[in-house]
Write a protein that binds this ligand. Structure first.
Ligand code: D41
Length: 676
């Protein structure tokens, strides 16, 4: 049965609409409708085409992922060969390129069009009468493979040119690639499904184009950027490369915004530096920039040498990946005690510098990447980030001793290394004595909510530790005026003030002292809970993980962390030392029975700015009324006290249906005790 005219017209209109929205979304990055609205248009068109066989045309958006798996790819010989690009690796290479162009053209200064060099795969797209007819890989430049069905799945590639009337023939050339966000999303999904992940976006794009089943290509969400043309008939080729790129954008192709004209070597190098600085912020990987003589007449005058135009050059960034031998795996201790496995490498030049060590992040990463000592590994150094071992290039002999084992003791202080359940990072437990953690531990110990030693900040801690005057917090209490005043830029008066502050801090409270120890997972609230529950430091130190969990809100992770801290003899020695130095607090009885007050047993979260109370005041009042203040909203939260500019915590409270109080209501509830 013939397709009724209204149906054909509706289908054609839908097809045009869908492609217009594809262009808005994938090329201009400025969608006008939601994904759901797009799905609706698409579903309507698909339904019409299903009901009326013969309705679907090759340029219908439903045909992007229509085809059945292919047997293989047919060969395509390019009507106009796809040339290669000469490379420049240094400023001198660029200067030589500019000199050759000036001399070849007999000009003082040559104008260039500068663009990005995408790290993808070159392809050519043939449009006949405006409709995408064939797409092929570059291959050897003369012959490539017909990957039309796969290229159709790329929504950034128009199925029809935006030109009326369209050229008889136009071949558009460009690069197929995977945007970083699509690469990350693909790998996240693959990881969750236990499937193989992609090594990098370039391999993702190359593998994607080579799929025999276009549905697999579609899953990779490939992208495309246009940079040139091949054969053409019935099209007025613009007179400059810059105008050509504008024309390609007008026809509906993605063209990178990062493009401009520049004159002379200095102009080219400025573009290179500018792009180099912004490289990490780009949506996709690039491996350099490309300079092309702008005027087409000048390009023709310069011509070619052995398959490469004389009028263009790729200025490459230093390679970000290199292969070298992994000599050994050691560990490094961070400021917070985090133990990072570090690869010692045979020195290798990568990303512009020589690298001889690279991070392996943590034990799980080593296992996931299956890295062993004496393997040959790929070292990656992108931008300013620390070099990392990206993957194994070639396995080494792999004898049992080559496998990484987390050491039992910290290389800096000899304390035990522990990895708590559910954490990726192993840590040194010698928080109070480990040289690597010394400065951070001292700063925390002296901080306002801990021992509150005024004047003992970053700079002074640095000086004290670097001068060898302080190794553990206990050493603070043995400092004298002469030692302090002897430090650079330390006036007599300030030395006296700091000494007085240290002296005052001897009168502590048990919660403050426990918090000051800097035990992982023991914040101010937990320190208070522990102090209240055990009453004395000795009782707390004697408790095993099971006893620790009897304290309110202490789960297995906190309990294990506390038990390990006090099990470390170094830590016990420092605590004994602190007591010997006169640090003391009033010890209490272990808590018994439930707390009393209008907020007894209630968990309260504070958020936003209250009209008259500070956060600390509100907290103290809630705690005095028997409540506990928590940092985040969960199902266990009883009340959220919200002030102005309350954000996500308030939202979360509403989602969970938790009662929200303002300051007035909080005050009223606090006073309930007095109004029987
Ligand atoms: O972004 C690219 N990878 C890129 C590749 C580019 N921006 N421009 C290019 N221009 C050319 C000429 C000058 C020969 C038309 C290229 C390539 N060629 C190219 N890609 C793969 C081989 C050659």
């Amino acid at each position: 049965m013939a397709v009724p005219r209204e149906v054909a017209e509706r289908a054609a209109r839908l097809a045009r609409e869908i492609e217009r929205h594809n262009h808005l979304y994938y090329v201009l990055d400025a969608p006008e409708i939601t994904d759901a609205q797009w799905d609706e248009l698409f579903a309507e068109l698909a339904a019409l085409e299903a009901a009326w066989p013969g309705l679907a045309t090759p340029d219908s958006p439903t045909q992007r992922v229509g085809a059945k798996p292919a047997e293989g790819f047919a060969e395509v010989s390019h009507r106009v060969p796809m040339l290669s690009l000469a490379n420049a690796f240094s400023d001198e290479d660029v200067a030589a390129f500019d000199r050759r162009c000036r001399e070849g053209l007999g000009k003082e200064a040559v104008e260039y069009s500068c663009e990005l060099k995408f790290d993808g795969l070159a392809v050519t797209l043939a449009y006949e009468d405006g409709v995408l007819a064939k797409g092929a890989t570059r291959g050897d430049g003369e012959t490539g493979e017909d990957v039309t069905a796969n290229l159709r799945t790329i929504r950034a590639i128009p199925l029809r040119l935006r030109a009326e009337p369209p050229p008889r023939l136009l071949e558009v050339r460009g690069e197929v690639l995977m945007l970083r966000r699509d690469f990350e999303a693909f790998n996240a999904r693959a990881r969750a499904a236990g499937e193989k992940t992609l090594v990098n976006p370039r391999n993702g794009a190359a593998g994607g184009l080579r799929q025999l089943d276009p549905r697999l290509t579609a899953k990779r969400r490939l992208s495309f950027f246009a940079y040139g043309i091949g054969a053409h008939e019935g099209w007025a080729v613009p007179p400059t490369h810059a105008a050509l790129l504008d024309a390609l954008a007008a026809l509906g192709f993605p063209v990178a915004r990062e493009r401009r004209t520049a004159t002379g070597e200095a102009g080219l190098l400025a573009f290179y530096a500018d792009i180099g600085a912004r490289r990490d912020a780009l949506p996709c990987d690039i491996d350099g920039v490309v300079y092309k003589v702008n005027a087409r007449a000048e390009q023709e005058a310069l011509g070619f040498v052995s398959r490469a135009p004389r009028w263009a050059v790729a200025h490459k960034f230093p390679a970000e990946e290199a292969v070298t031998e992994l000599l050994d795996i050691g560990v490094q201790v961070g400021r917070t005690g985090a133990i990072t496995p570090v690869a010692r490498l045979a020195p290798v030049f990568v990303g512009g510098t020589t690298v001889s060590s690279a991070t392996l992040h943590n034990e799980d990463e080593i296992r996931r990447k299956e890295v062993w000592r004496r393997d040959r590994v790929v070292v990656r150094r992108a931008g300013d980030v620390i070099p990392e071992v990206a993957r194994v290039a070639q396995a080494g002999p792999r004898e049992e001793g080559d496998r990484f084992a987390m050491p039992a003791a910290c290389p800096e202080c000899g304390s035990a290394i522990a990895r708590l359940e559910g954490e990726a990072i192993a840590r040194c437990t010698g928080g109070l004595i480990c040289p690597a953690q010394r400065k951070a531990a001292l700063l925390h110990f002296a901080s306002r909510r801990a021992m509150d030693i005024e004047g003992l900040g970053d700079r002074l801690v640095d000086q004290l530790v670097d001068a060898g005057l302080v190794r553990t917090p206990a050493d603070l209490y043995r400092l004298d005026h002469a030692a302090l005043a002897g430090l650079e830029r330390m006036a007599d008066k300030s030395a006296a003030n700091v000494l007085a502050a240290i002296g005052r801090s001897r009168e502590a409270t048990l919660p403050r002292f426990v918090f000051a120890l800097g035990i992982r997972h023991v914040g101010e609230v937990t320190a208070k809970d522990l102090a209240r529950h055990f009453g004395t430091l000795d009782a707390l130190m004697a408790a095993d993980a099971a006893r620790l969990q009897e304290a309110p809100d202490v789960g297995p992770v906190v309990a294990e962390s506390v038990a390990r801290f006090f099990a470390e003899p170094h830590n016990r020695a420092v605590i004994a030392d602190l007591r010997a130095a006169g640090v003391r607090w009033a010890e209490g009885e272990p808590a018994r029975g439930a707390p009393e007050g209008p907020f007894a047993g209630k968990i309260v979260v504070l958020t936003g700015t209250l009209p008259t109370m500070t956060r600390d005041e509100a907290k103290a009042l809630v705690e005095a009324a028997g409540g506990r203040v928590a940092g985040s909203v969960s199902k266990k939260t009883h009340f959220v006290v919200a002030g102005s500019e309350a954000g996500s915590k308030l939202e979360r409270a509403r989602e969970l249906g938790i009662e929200v109080l303002d300051e007035a209501r909080l005050r009223a509830m606090l006073e309930e005790r007095e109004t029987p």
